[in-house]
Design a protein around this ligand. Structure first.
Ligand code: ATP
Ligand code: MG
Length: 411
């Protein structure tokens, strides 16, 4: 016998309750993004490699070691998207979507990163994503975060808090960066190998380090607040007071930097509270939603300076927190007790579905047992077609009201 091929490491075949939870996350996101008037966009799964390399930054983990890049048959380097934002920014510039600014868009779908697979971390994973492009005001950040907060509530997820930081504007960020380099250079030999490397290339990332050797030096590293310009401080104050007005709970996280180079001002993550049930379910892969303001990104793609803010959340991680959604029962089961009546039943089930009721046909296995099988399957309404004394006999098992409307429907 030929051997069955294995799935690719880090991919998932999602089925059963997991697939229901996944769909629940996507459906809820679709509903909530409409409440906030975000427009749907569909994006290519692959782009020219430079789209990601230039916008995300060569020194990031994503670009330096996680991208699925390949040459196509024409010899062009392409990359399976590791995130949505860069592709959306490229589309904004190449389609002239400036005319719609401020543009609020939402999308979801698969992303690809070459990472070490583990619980909550895959090589093909899925995100929901929301972006506001061409909005310089802090209200954009507030609206985006209020949407994220409402989404988590509507998903029934509890024990998750918004961790919020500011990276300041370009000048504040540069001054902070210089102070961080000085701070960490003094203890360079005691840092992890990764952080020693980051020191020259991307020192902010040391704050993001999960390595224990780095953590005590991170704790007493200089904080952004000392370096904030008046503008940057006013911007952050407007974001936090807007969040308070919107009733979104948040906590300040002075070391939160986010992995990507393009962030300015607001940076945030939604993280389960320590000791909460959500934290237990997610294990070490704890961040479920992250994002921030990326005012510098469009320029890295050759566009005009364009203020923008966005977030993305892992659908799998959200699905792990929404719990068992169960498989929905059929509204109606149509039972064929005599096989000659199959076409009658097919016609009837068509009418039932057209009227908006979910319906399942029960027409296989022993004809005598089909009705009992339908009862066991838990359907509230059953329509059974049988032949009794040589004549067609339709039996409806439902409450009085439903029986009446089914009779009318099938008449
Ligand atoms: P992490 O620190 O967990 O690697 P990240 O900062 O790389 O996350 P982002 O690029 O901000 O993640 O993506 C936003 C969200 O997408 C994450 O919070 C997480 O929920 C999800 N996510 C990211 N990478 C993966 C992955 N490999 N598998 C599953 N979900 C992922
Ligand atoms: Mg990552």
């Amino acid at each position: 016998m030929p051997k069955t091929p294995q799935a690719i490491r880090g991919t998932q075949d999602i089925f059963g309750p997991d697939a229901e939870a996944f769909a629940f996350v996507v459906d809820t996101f679709e509903r909530v993004r409409k409440l906030y008037r975000f427009r749907r966009v569909e994006m290519p799964v692959f782009e020219k490699t430079e789209v990601f390399a230039r916008s995300i930054g060569e020194t990031t983990d994503i670009v330096s070691k996680e991208m699925y890049s390949f040459d196509d048959r024409g010899g062009e380097s392409l990359t399976l998207r590791p995130e949505f934002t860069a592709g959306i920014a490229r589309a904004y510039l190449s389609n002239g979507w400036q005319q719609h600014a401020p543009l609020k868009v939402a999308t979801h779908g698969p992303l690809f990163r070459y990472e070490r697979p583990q619980k909550g971390r895959y090589r093909q994973f899925h995100q929901i994503d929301a972006e506001i492009i061409g909005a310089a005001e802090p209200q954009g950040d507030v609206e985006l975060l209020a949407m994220a907060d409402q989404l988590l509530k509507e998903l029934g997820i509890e024990g998750v808090t918004l961790h919020l930081n500011t990276l300041g504007d370009g000048d504040s960020r540069e001054a902070w960066r210089a102070a961080l380099v000085e701070h960490f250079r003094a203890v360079k030999d005691e840092l992890s190998e990764d952080s020693q490397e980051r020191l020259e290339k991307n020192p902010l990332r040391i704050l993001d380090s999960k390595d224990r050797r780095d953590q005590c030096f991170v704790a007493d590293a200089p904080k952004i607040d000392q370096f904030l310009s008046d503008n940057a401080r006013a911007f952050f104050d407007a974001v936090t007071s807007g969040l308070d007005a919107a009733g979104v709970k948040w906590t300040r996280a002075e070391s939160l930097v986010r992995g990507l180079d393009y962030y300015r001002h607001t940076a945030f993550e939604f993280i389960p509270d320590e000791g909460s049930e959500a934290a237990g379910r997610l294990g070490s892969q704890s961040t479920i939603l992250g994002g921030g303001r990326y005012d510098g990104l469009m320029e890295s793609l050759g566009g005009a300076p364009t203020p923008a803010v966005g977030w993305a959340a892992g659908i799998e991680r959200l699905a792990m927190l929404v719990g068992d959604k169960g498989e929905p029962l059929a509204d109606v089961i149509v039972v064929v007790e005599n096989d000659e009546l199959i076409d009658r039943a097919i016609a009837a089930i068509g009418k039932i579905r057209a009227a908006g009721h979910s319906a399942e046909l029960m027409a296989s296995g022993s004809p005598r047992k089909r009705f009992d099988k339908a009862v066991k399957a838990g359907a509230e309404k059953i329509v059974a077609f049988a032949i009794r004394d040589g004549a067609e006999h339709v039996r409806i098992k439902a409450d009085e009201h439903a029986t009446g409307s089914l009779e009318k429907l099938l008449d």
